[in-house]
Design a protein around this ligand. Structure first.
Ligand SMILES: NC(=O)c1ccc[n+]([C@@H]2O[C@H](COP(=O)([O-])OP(=O)(O)OC[C@H]3O[C@@H](n4cnc5c(N)ncnc54)[C@H](O)[C@@H]3O)[C@@H](O)[C@H]2O)c1
Length: 383
């Protein structure tokens, strides 16, 4: 591990912003990054306000992301990596500007707002020789890594059925009518986020979790979307039947109208020998169900589990870890990849399970297939 902290910049994450705080806490946890530049908001005043609060020097706060990419790339002490935490429709132009300037990218999900942009960004990221990762942070929970390892080791036998749900209750009421709900304003605006905004937002997390844990690709979908909250202008519930590449079947449920739920992320995989279950609200535990009524509960931090799990347990047995740590785990792997790039100029990190532009492209293809299937009354549609 290099002693030099990695110089990072941020686009988005101004006053009142949502997920940027988790990114910043995640990057601080292992002390491997220094946040030195940013365009924190489209408003220069708010951007400067954020910079002051974050201790970023005035001359490293930019009018817009294009100026930031250009000027940071020209500095000897310029940023090595940028974190993009803006609404979905800007991920493509922002990521593109930094990759073209030779800067590594950590981009929040979904990768882009449409399939053409996803294809173009995947091509660019692959050719760039730079690290590009998406913060599908749920696949960086220790017990999710353990679940994936157990399935690869054959503990469940052949997966037959996969049920994944990201059924949140955050918009079970008309939150878009509140005057100051920054997050609802763009997510629930079809002009900015599309009518399938929910599938971009939560569906892509569930899709990536399903693929990461099961190790299987989604080949076809049959989808139906609905709008539960009256007068809402986007779909707020999506029920998707999926066919997987090994012949297995499953269901992906994404919702923002699951009344009474908080974040509502859960996955179950049923194999020929056993099944497993993990839920984000109780992330330290992984349940394995065996035939004959034998139930095993694996608890994070105990000896005897995989290295994939053990390397992500920071504090130790009995001390709960969760969402912030999952961002720290991702940022830790990104730091590892950047250190290797510093030493060799290569971007080889197949051994680090980071979500890449390939995962991002598959996520957007999934969203597209869900929309196509819905418009054809749930007809089975290739992803
Ligand atoms: N990984 C996760 O678990 C997770 C959770 C929530 C959100 N997200 C993703 O993070 C992204 C941001 O979501 P959020 O809820 O934090 O949104 P938000 O609206 O709270 O924050 C967006 C920020 O970006 C700024 N911004 C917008 N356009 C900009 C531009 N061109 N230049 C500079 N700043 C700009 C806004 O001023 C605001 O500060 C979305 O892509 C969302 O899908 C991921």
């Amino acid at each position: 591990m290099s002693n030099d902290r990695i110089r990072i910049g941020m686009v988005g994450g101004g006053p009142g912003a949502g997920i940027a705080k988790a990114h910043r806490m995640g990057m601080r946890l292992d002390n491997r990054y220094a946040l030195v530049a940013g365009t924190f908001s489209r408003s220069p005043e708010k951007s400067r306000q954020a910079a002051t609060e974050l201790g970023v020097a005035e001359d490293r706060v930019y009018q817009d992301y294009a100026q930031m990419a250009r000027e940071e790339a020209a500095r000897e002490d310029g940023i090595e990596v940028v974190a993009i935490v803006t609404p979905n429709d800007s991920h493509y132009p922002v990521a593109r500007a930094f990759l073209e300037a030779g800067i590594h990218v950590v981009c929040d999900k979904p990768m882009t707002g449409d399939l053409d942009q996803a294809r173009a960004l995947h091509e660019l990221a692959t050719a760039s020789g730079r690290v590009f990762t998406l913060t599908h942070n749920y696949s960086a929970y220790a017990m999710v890594r353990e679940a994936a390892r157990l399935i690869r080791d054959g503990v469940l036998g052949e997966p037959r059925i996969v049920m994944v749900e990201h059924a949140s209750g955050w918009a079970a009421d008309a939150v878009e009518l509140a005057p100051d709900n920054k997050q609802a304003a763009w997510r629930l605006d079809p002009a900015q986020s599309g009518e399938a905004s929910l599938v971009f937002d939560l569906g892509t997390h569930a899709h990536q979790l399903l693929r990461f844990v099961s190790g299987l690709e989604v080949t076809e979908v049959s989808a139906e979307m609905q709008t539960c909250v009256p007068e809402r202008r986007v779909f707020d519930d999506a029920q998707v039947q999926v066919r997987l590449c090994n012949g297995a079947r499953g269901t992906l449920w994404a919702s923002m109208a699951a009344t009474g739920h908080e974040h509502g992320l859960r996955i179950r995989v049923f194999g020929s020998k056993a099944s497993l279950e993990w839920q984000q609200m109780d992330p330290h535990y992984l349940t394995i169900n065996h035939p004959g009524g034998r139930r095993e509960m694996l608890v994070q931090g105990h000896d005897g589990q995989s290295e994939a799990q053990a390397r992500l347990t920071r504090v130790g047995l009995g001390h709960p870890e969760g969402f912030i740590e999952s961002f720290a785990n991702l940022y830790g792997d990104v730091a590892e990849a950047i250190d290797r790039h510093r030493e060799s100029g290569q971007t080889r990190f197949d051994d680090l399970p980071l979500p890449t532009s390939h995962d991002g492209l598959l996520g957007i293809r999934f969203v597209q297939a869900v929309g196509d299937s819905h418009r054809q009354q749930g007809r089975w549609t290739h992803v």
